[in-house]
Design a protein. Sequence first.
Length: 166
Amino acid sequence: MVIQNSDTRDKLKEISWGAKGQLDTSSHFVLILARKNVTSKSPFVQHMIRDIKKYSEESIPATEEKFDNFQTKFHINDNEKTLLEWAKKQTYIALGNMMTTAALLNIDSCPMEGFDLDAVTQFLSDEGIADTDQFAPSVMVAFGYRDSESKEKVRQPQSDVVEWLE
């Protein structure tokens, strides 16, 4: 969800220490939510395979079985917590794509996990912003143009973090 409303941003500042500066200065502030309890039988997956991808009725059982096997082999569907952690990991794929696209357009971005998960969840529920029975906050990201030069990035040498197996 793209949060442009200044009152909503101000309320988020109180429970999102990692975003205090960006909530005031970013042109676009995004809170990425993870969908809870995604299984082959969940309404969301059923909607995707039936209404969006329009799989034939004959192919749906095999598709569900493939999905279930994947989740079982990776211990994704062990319990609600592992399902949610997997869903949150999936949001980072979208986060990375958004940030890369922004960089290609010379738009700065800043990802953030610095927020009180319980308080943000409660806020989303109390304000009627998100159905927290269905969704959980995963990560935040701010977009905009910087008003001054940033400090030079300091990174480890590639050889310290990448191992080539030949």
